[in-house]
Design a protein around this ligand. Structure first.
Ligand code: NCD
Ligand code: ZN
Length: 358
């Protein structure tokens, strides 16, 4: 039974909800899900309700997550169409980065105008990265800005061959770009939407088999830096509605799906560990505290079932799949926070990895 230790697993792309969307999920429920999924820390996106686009809203979000999180965390600030660049200096030391939405999805933070995007790139300090939602040709537009400002930029949830090709060239050209890929784009395609219905709807949408193949190849060739969940819980009712909300949960299935890929011979264990922990630490300049690790039995096999999940939304697009990789324990800063069944940390145990918290 190969049991391994992974030091400091971080998911840099999650939507923990809470605030006005506590019916979907809360900082407390989703940090429990993160721990059950093997994670030490998660970074929360700014498309909450209300969105995290000024210092006052950031402050109240910091206070709320600081009081309730069970694992460590970071928060993104959101670029807004209403031009919030005057806020950047005040907030930059408290956040993990700036998020710019360049294509439409859940929330109201879309910026489609290239001149507007340019203003945000110009104003944001190069000391912290910008994470972008950019699909298809929009990747090209953002690469123009990366080229102009030499601003470290993380491309979230990359899902097509075209995007991989553009980012491969950007890396060859020496641009400071990194690439994130989500397990739902690695394991599901547009062909699954007829079976999954609303539970298979997310942004970016599920793609073709050829796109999926390009993602696995990009993992093999080293172009992909990070496996991120884009954990985006919505209630079962919201997913069964006529126009289902976009987004799927993933915090509790990322690690087993990658261990399964290792056992299937798709990649090495070292490569999986790099994409789930070491690369995230490097890209965000994070030092892992002592005694912060996840113990995983890479042989243990089980079926993904909704009744075993901790996420408040209570479902997964991967239900029924058999995977390997059972999380046996999680330790954070010398404290055992998971014993394989129960979350052992208290509300408020989690720290902000950026700045001093609230
Ligand atoms: C995310 C959400 O629900 O907040 N939805 C999604 O489909 N991924 C937003 C996002 O990251 O695009
Ligand atoms: Zn997202």
């Amino acid at each position: 039974m190969p049991v391994i230790k992974i030091h400091g697993m971080i998911d840099p792309h999650t939507h923990l909800r809470d605030l006005d969307w506590s019916h979907k999920a809360t900082f407390e429920t989703e940090t429990k899900a993160a721990i059950a999924g093997g994670y030490w820390a998660v970074f929360d996106m700014p498309n909450t309700s209300p969105s995290t686009i000024n210092a006052e809203r950031l402050q109240s979000k910091l206070e709320r997550i600081n009081q309730t999180a069970r694992c460590d965390w970071g928060l993104y600030f959101g670029a807004s169409q209403a031009d919030n660049i005057d806020q950047y200096e005040e907030i930059i030391n408290q956040v993990c980065g700036l998020k710019i939405y360049n294509n439409s999805t859940t929330g109201d933070l879309l910026i489609e105008n290239q001149e507007e995007r340019d203003k945000h790139y110009n104003a944001w300090s190069k000391s912290k990265l910008i994470a972008v939602h950019a699909e298809g040709e929009t990747v090209h537009d953002i690469l123009d800005l990366v080229h102009k400002y030499r601003q470290p930029t993380h491309f979230l949830h990359i899902s097509t061959k075209l995007e991989i090709d553009l980012l491969t060239q950007a890396k060859v050209d020496g641009l400071p770009v990194t690439v994130g890929v989500c397990p739902h784009h690695l394991y599901l395609t547009e062909e699954d939407v007829s079976t999954l219905g609303g539970f298979g709807r997310m942004k970016p949408e599920l793609k073709t088999k050829a796109d999926q193949q390009a993602l696995w190849q990009a993992i093999d060739s080293g172009i992909v830096d990070i496996i991120e969940s884009d954990h985006a819980p919505h209630t079962i009712a919201e997913k069964e509605a006529e126009s289902p909300a976009y987004g799927v949960p993933g915090l509790e299935t990322n690690l087993p799906l990658m261990v399964q890929a290792v056992n299937d011979g798709r990649l090495t264990l070292n490569r999986a560990v790099d994409m789930l922990s070491t690369n995230v630490q490097k890209i965000w300049h994070i030092n892992v505290p002592a005694e912060t690790y996840t113990v995983v039995d890479t042989d243990a096999t089980y079926e993904i079932k909704r009744e075993n999940l901790h996420t408040k939304c209570g479902w997964s697009p991967f239900e029924g799949m058999t995977v390997s990789g059972k999380v046996l324990e999680v330790w954070i800063r010398g404290q055992r926070v998971y014993d394989g069944e129960q979350i052992l940390s208290q509300r408020g145990f989690g720290n902000n990895l950026f700045g001093t918290g609230a």
